[in-house]
Design a protein around this ligand. Structure first.
Ligand SMILES: Nc1ncnc2c1ncn2[C@@H]1O[C@H](COP(=O)(O)OP(=O)(O)OP(=O)(O)O)[C@@H](O)[C@H]1O
Length: 347
C-alpha cells in the first residue's frame, strides 16, 4: 500500500503539488495522467525519494518513508530517456543492481546469472544477452530498462513515460506487455503518462492531475463514464461542451432540454458524441440539420446543428448511417442519452 498524505511541493513561488493525497492498494497498477506541468513527474520523484515534499507524508507498506532515501524505499524506476549503461551488455545492465550490493546482501555469481536469465525470459529478450544497448531497438532498450529495474525485486515500480519516445505500434505492444507482466508479478506500479488511451488501457486506476492537484481518482470506466469535473471531461476523450442556461433545475439549449442542473444560471453541458443518438425525423423529438458526415473506418462522425445554431458532434455506426441515409443537409431528430451539466461561468 502506498499512501500519499497532503503532499505539497513548491519550486520558488510555483506550487508544483498542492495538498495531494492518494492511496494505492498493493498489487495495483496506477496511472498518473495529466497535461504537461500538472505535477505528475514531481509526484513520482517524491515517491521515489528523489525529491522531498515541503509538506505532507509518504507511507510505503504502512511505514513512514518521507525521510527515507531512494535505496531504502526498495523502489525500481524506469524513465523515458533512462539510458542504459552503454559500455555494458544487456545481461550486465540487468545484473548491475545486484552486483553493486554490499556484503551479505549480494547474491552469489551463480544466483545473479540465474536471475538475469529469468528476467531475460520475462522480457522476451533471451537471445540478446550479449548485445550492447546501441545494437537494440528503442522498444528492446525499454524492456532491458524494465528488467534492470525488476532485478532488485522492488516493492514498488515507478515508470515515468516509459514508452513516450517510441513509435505508435511499439508503444501499443509494450503497453499490453507491461499489463501482462504486472499481472504475472503482482507488483505495485505507478506510471506517468499524458496519453489518455495509455492510461485507460493499462491502469487499474487512473489519477487525473491538473495544476498540481488531483481532479479525480477512479477506474478507467469511472473516469471515462463519470468525469467529476469539466477538466476531466475535456481531458479524457472527445466531448461536446455546449453553453446552456439552467432554469428551474432544467438545462436548455435553444429550446432543447439537455439535462439537469444543480442550480439556476449559465452553465455548460458535456455530452459525449456516442451519447448523441441520431434518429429519423420525428415530431416528438428535437430536430437537427446534418452539416457534415465523416466516415472513419467503422465509425461515422456527424456534425449536427440544433435549434439556435448550436452544433454538436455525434458518433454512430456505419449501419445506422446507411439506414438513415445520413448526408449533409438532411433533417434528423436527436436524442441525448446522457449529458452532464456544470453550472457556472467559464466551466
Ligand atoms: N526542479 C525544478 N525547479 C523548478 N521548477 C520545477 C522543477 N521541477 C518541476 N518544476 C515545475 O513544476 C511543474 C510540474 O512539473 P512536473 O515535471 O511534475 O510536471 P509533469 O506533469 O510531469 O509534466 P510533463 O508531462 O511535462 O513531464 C512544472 O511547471 C515544472 O516546470
Amino acid at each position: 500500500m502506498i499512501e500519499v498524505e497532503n503532499v505539497s511541493k513548491r519550486f520558488g513561488n510555483f506550487a508544483a503539488l498542492d495538498q495531494v493525497s492518494l492511496r494505492v492498494a498493493q498489487g495495483k497498477l496506477v496511472a498518473l495522467l495529466g497535461p504537461s506541468g500538472s505535477g505528475k513527474t514531481t509526484l513520482l520523484r517524491i515517491l521515489a525519494g528523489l525529491e522531498q515534499p515541503d509538506d505532507g507524508r509518504i507511507r510505503l507498506g504502512g511505514i513512514d518513508a518521507t525521510g527515507l532515501g531512494t535505496r531504502d524505499r526498495k523502489v525500481g524506476f524506469v524513465f523515458q530517456h533512462y539510458a542504459l549503461f552503454r559500455h555494458m551488455t544487456v545481461a550486465e545492465n540487468i545484473a548491475f543492481g545486484l552486483k553493486v550490493r554490499k556484503g551479505a546482501n549480494r547474491p552469489s555469481k551463480a544466483a545473479i546469472t540465474e536471475k538475469v536469465h529469468t528476467l531475460l525470459e520475462l522480457v522476451q529478450l533471451e537471445g540478446l544477452a550479449g548485445r550492447y544497448p546501441s545494437q537494440l531497438s528503442g522498444g528492446q532498450r525499454q524492456r532491458v530498462a524494465l528488467a534492470r529495474a525488476l532485478a532488485v525485486e522492488p516493492r514498488l515500480l515507478l515508470l515515468d513515460e516509459p514508452f513516450g519516445a517510441l513509435d505508435a505500434q511499439v508503444r501499443k505492444d509494450l503497453r499490453r506487455w507491461l499489463r501482462h507482466l504486472h499481472d504475472e508479478m503482482g507488483l505495485t506500479g505507478v506510471f506517468v503518462t499524458h496519453d489518455q488511451e495509455e492510461a485507460l488501457e493499462v491502469a487499474d486506476e487512473v489519477v487525473v492531475m491538473n495544476k498540481g492537484r488531483i481532479e479525480q481518482i477512479g477506474t478507467p470506466a469511472e473516469i471515462y463514464d463519470s468525469p467529476a469535473t469539466p477538466f476531466v471531461y475535456r481531458f479524457l476523450g472527445n466531448v461536446n461542451a455546449v453553453a446552456c442556461r439552467v432554469a428551474g433545475g432544467q438545462a436548455q439549449v435553444g429550446g432543447l432540454h439537455i439535462g439537469e442542473g444543480r442550480a439556476d444560471g449559465p452553465g455548460t453541458a458535456f455530452i459525449r458524441p456516442h451519447d448523441v443518438e441520431v434518429l429519423e425525423l420525428s415530431p416528438d423529438l428535437p430536430q437537427a440539420r446534418v452539416r457534415q458526415v465523416v466516415v472513419l473506418g467503422p465509425v461515422v462522425r456527424a456534425e449536427l446543428e440544433l435549434a439556435g445554431g448550436v452544433t454538436v458532434e455525434a458518433e454512430l455506426s456505419r449501419d445506422i448511417k446507411d439506414k438513415l441515409g445520413l448526408r449533409r443537409g438532411l433533417e434528423v431528430s436527436v436524442f441525448l442519452r446522457k449529458a452532464r451539466v456544470f453550472v457556472g461561468e467559464n466551466v
